[in-house]
Design a protein around this ligand. Sequence first.
Ligand SMILES: [Zn+2]
Ligand SMILES: [Zn+2]
Length: 116
Amino acid sequence: MASSFQEYKWRRVRLWKLGLTMGEYDQYLASPHWQALRKQKLEQQKSELGYNCCEECAARPALTRKTALSVHHVTYERLGEEPLEDLKIICRPCHDKEHGRDEATQRKYYGPKRFE
Ligand SMILES: [Zn+2]
Ligand SMILES: [Zn+2]
């Protein structure tokens, strides 16, 4: 994985190309493109394993709001046209870890809002 700063730059540039600012990343996450893609990723895993789980620790949290699995960007290099290989299904604790577990780090690179 590239450095957080490199990922930050990629994310900013790719969002810019999509006409969005960093503060509008939640709009990207709400877009039909991303919603379809994350669903596709979850369905791919389900067809392979028969269920969804965290690719990091194999936890199988229920797909409810609080404990939902996230579809994480391993890299933001191709944001907007991500191949499924750039994505990873991950549970909340593992996801926090991937993005720097402490809140200050998360806020610095990802903003206070939701991220994937
Ligand atoms: Zn996990
Ligand atoms: Zn993530």
